[in-house]
Design a protein around this ligand. Structure first.
Ligand code: BG6
Length: 493
């Protein structure tokens, strides 16, 4: 097995190692990095969980899950090498002794490496535990070297602007900002990263990337799944907090940002913050005009009865939580004057499909305007998942004797280039091991993003919507969400 010689030995400590994220995403990501030779020469994954298990039991549990969730096949040879790096420690998140014990184990590992290695703490736990863990790490000097110790924090980062400010302040007391990796896994997705390459690595798109040429932008993240086993978490969260405040606004930033002067993390994060600051805030009276919420109701799909949100486990029978949200944003800056950015996301939609549509303006005075030809305006579609491609739609002549036009597509297909691309978590964990913060959120980004959705969030929370549930499971969302772009003669693509 090759290894990444540029990386220092690292102890990876996972809080919440018996949880869902660890089994579905984190261990598979580390395993795939390992078989691709991307892990450091010396590394140990210390899995922390409440229950009492021995290493063998935990390793077997991980192996079973890898068989299900790993991108690459698990072979006995690779597994034998990988499993030797995993250690399980019983740990109580709020008990001082647990941290003392952890400290001793980490110091022992440093002796094994012959040098104080890097430490990567992954907080894969509910938001309520971030404070207590962070304080214990600080008080026990577990993450005291700002150059070597890093802390990854999962979303949700706070539950509103105020709580995010407080959390940032607390983390700032315990760590340096350069140690804090606030993760938004959408930024690790291949197609989302490609936006940067596509926009700033070509000379033909940037000159037309503005309000002179673009009519509207749409971002859709549709999920086929419902809330599954996460009912009690989701009930307190809703689509606006769970998806729009982070994933969709981050995608919006990638589409709308000004060209960064370098690929340096600080520069790219600055440009993104500029976008968030420029998003016009929606006043409470205007929330209904700019935002639509929805909740899925029961339905019959393919002859089978499908539960509505209110029938799911852990959900109140009169729940006011939205499982769908659509918002129209405007950016008050020179580049995007008057260009609507429509974003929408929902659970239990007709299909899983995340994509961005850049709708260009129609030709002002077309050579074909006198003929019977119907010209479709150019459109660029970036498919994020499950398809991963970029499609440019334009008009071309139909082959034949007449000068008839038809819309055609030019496609860049990621799968055609590489079938098995790394998962978002592989990209992001490798960046954290390297110490590259570019794809992680800085404190001001998170706070601005909360500020963008603040009035919508407060209005929805304080006003019960008697129309909920207002879309059938398996549909494309509530009727009002279609009216949102239609008022301006636009349509969801
Ligand atoms: C998570 C949300 O951040 O993203 C989930 O909490 C959502 O509710 C998930 O299902 C979607 O991620 P992906 O990668 O499957 O699109």
């Amino acid at each position: 097995m090759s290894e990444n010689k540029n990386l220092r030995p690292t102890s990876i400590i996972i809080f919440g190692a018996t949880g869902d994220l660890a089994k579905r995403k984190l261990f598979p990501a580390f395993y795939n990095l390992y078989i691709d030779g991307r892990m450091p020469k010396g590394f140990t994954i210390i899995a922390l969980g409440r229950a009492e298990h021995d290493d063998d039991y935990f390793r077997n549990y991980i192996k079973e899950n890898l068989n299900e969730f790993s991108r690459k096949k698990v072979t006995s040879e690779d597994w034998a090498g990988f499993q030797a790096h995993i250690k399980y420690i019983q740990h109580q998140l709020d008990e001082q002794d647990s941290y003392k014990n952890l400290n001793e184990k980490l110091e022992k590992l440093d002796t094994v490496y012959g040098t104080r290695g890097n430490r990567l703490f992954y907080l894969s736990i509910g938001p309520n535990f971030v404070t207590v863990i962070s304080n214990h790490l600080k008080n026990n000097n577990l993450a005291s070297d700002s150059k070597k110790d890093r802390i990854i924090i999962e979303k949700p980062f706070g539950h509103d602007k105020q709580s995010a400010i407080e959390l940032n302040a607390l983390l700032a007391e315990n760590f340096e900002e350069e140690q804090i990796y606030r993760i938004d896994h959408y930024l690790g997705k291949e197609t989302v990263q490609n936006i940067l390459a596509f926009r700033f690595g070509n000379s033909i798109f940037e000159p037309i990337w503005d309000c002179q040429h673009i009519e509207s932008v749409q971002i859709t993240v549709a999920e086929e799944v419902g809330v599954e086993t996460r009912g009690s978490f989701y009930e307190q969260t809703g689509a606006l907090r769970d998806m729009i405040q982070n994933h969709l606004l981050q995608i919006l930033c990638m589409i709308a940002m000004e060209p960064p002067s370098s690929l340096e993390a600080g520069e790219i994060r600055d440009r993104k913050v500029d976008v968030l600051k420029s998003i016009r805030r929606i006043s409470p009276e205007k929330v209904d005009h700019y935002a639509v919420r929805g909740q899925y109701g029961k339905a019959i799909i393919n002859g089978a009865q499908v539960k509505g949100y209110r029938q799911e486990e852990g959900i109140a029978p009169d729940s006011n939580t939205e499982t769908f949200a659509a918002v129209k944003f405007y950016l008050d800056n020179e580049r995007w004057q008057k260009v609507p950015f429509y974003v929408r996301t929902g659970k239990k939609m007709q299909e899983k499909h995340s994509y961005i549509t850049i709708q260009f303006k129609p030709l002002p005075n077309s050579t074909f305007s006198q003929s019977s030809q119907h010209l479709s305006a150019n459109r660029l579609i970036i498919n994020i998942q499950p398809m991963m491609d970029i499609r440019l739609q334009f008009m071309a002549k139909k082959p034949g004797l007449e000068l008839d036009l038809k819309p055609v597509e030019m496609i860049f297909d990621n799968f055609a280039c590489q079938e098995n691309t790394p998962e978002a978590y592989e990209t992001l964990l490798l960046d954290a091991l390297i110490g590259d913060l570019t794809l992680f959120m800085r404190s001001d980004q998170v706070e601005e993003a909360w500020d963008v959705v603040k009035t919508i969030q407060e209005t929805w929370e304080n006003r019960k919507d008697s129309s909920l549930p207002n879309y059938e499971a398996g549909s494309w969302g509530p009727k009002d969400s279609f009216a949102l772009p239609e008022r301006q003669g636009h349509h969801w693509v």
